[in-house]
Write a protein that binds this ligand. Sequence first.
Ligand code: MSP
Length: 502
Amino acid sequence: MRRCYLTTPIYYVNDKPHIGHAYTSLAADVLARWRRLSGDEVFFLTGTDEHGQKVEKAARDAGMDPQGFTDRVSTAFRDLTATMGFSNDAFIRTTEERHRHACQELWKRLADRGEIYLGGYEGWYAVRDEAFYGPDELTERDGVKYAPSGAPVEWVTEPSYFFRLSDWQERLLRFYEEHPDFIAPQSRRNEVIAFVKSGLSDLSISRTSFRWGVPVPGDDAHVMYVWLDALTNYITALGWPEEGEAWKFWPADVHFVGKDILRFHAIYWPAFLMAAGLEPPKRVFAHGWWTNEGQKISKSLGNVIDPVALVEEYGLDPVRYFLLREVPFGQDGDFSRAALANRTNGELADVLGNLANRTLTLIQKNCEAKLPAPAAPEGELGTLLADLPERIGQHLERQEFHLALEAAFAAARAANAYITTEAPWALRKTDPARMAQVLRRLHDALRVLATVLQPFMPGTMAAMLDQLGVPPEARGLASLAKPLPEGATLPPPVPLFRKIEA
Ligand code: MSP
């Protein structure tokens, strides 16, 4: 059995979840579901990032103590996993005792190997990004300096421990070269390599001006830099450093991240791991950012998209479908209600829903609601369907979610063309035997489509498989090789997708 470990970023609990959080996790969820459908053993992790100055400040602004505040906001992220139908196997919080233990152990290993030294940090820091910036990266407006992300920076002078990142420059470059798939998409890989080639400075990995973090072992005046703490979650969750049963999942197959946090995952994280004598992850995929009706999403503009409200209004599966179909994963994209309505109406309802409804209604009326006998595949539709699971699998391994969906809908369109040219309603009088074959081929097409689309739209595809009479134990990819027995009685069809008023 193949094993697979997939992760989302752990989300800052400074504020409630928005569409960006739902998006990163959705992509990981679809791949996790696909791998399970393929028979793999999967560990899918998400969680919350609860330490650091940004969260401490948010708690203070809310008039709460940080632990009480993070307990509350973390629950909102946990609830989101249910709202979005995420199938995560675990949910980690960085305020858990096991995580503090893992962070301190990682620190000790790095210290024992001579990778850490005490010095002093003097420079710029953006609390919003929890990141250090060099003076050459900043711009100034009205006397305030800003990081490239748009976050304001402040001047920090304090004692700090440093990680010898500069020593890792050459080894990182060699690692990228030997592992061409480590960073995706390719354009992002090029950016990271150029950045590393331009020179790495040692990294400040502790802070002394606030207390909300994991204490540095042996020096209580310092708390660990929140990114060292946060990245460690990926191994804490597998039971490191005890290396128990779940440790077999390491190294991670894919860390899903947004483009804004690629540097932390593709530079710092493999350097920390290699420096501690641990294996780096296999792949980091950086997706793009959403705008809302053409505008940058920001709290100050008041246009933050609440995923819970979206699901309430449009239903879960249309939202899941839209987010992965509309924009190639890796590129920036624009969220608009008109685009969501177009995809839902033009593809889900008119192509897939219509195919299911037409086919199942004809079987009800013309075959006494009984599944016709198996018929050998035929024509273009037969070819498209035979390849479909494999093609979708290949696209998903490369995180090409939109291409996977495009392939499925090309087959659905071919099935709709088949029904139109064959006109089974007319065959009823002229050639009932052929009519039965045509309807069986269409039923088989729907079964393949509903099976491979389960990871994207789990609820609706389960309903479709119910209507198709596919028993729950025959819904994996391997079951597609076994035809359903003829004669099973099918329930009357119910429409699967509701159209959205534009
Ligand atoms: N806590 C860190 C991650 C630590 S991982 C060891 C963090 N958290 S976050 O809450 O700020 O957000 C995380 C994710 O949300 C990122 O992957 C980010 O790219 C994504 N998004 C935030 N806004 C977004 C959009 N407008 N569009 C798409 N994704 C965006 O960073």
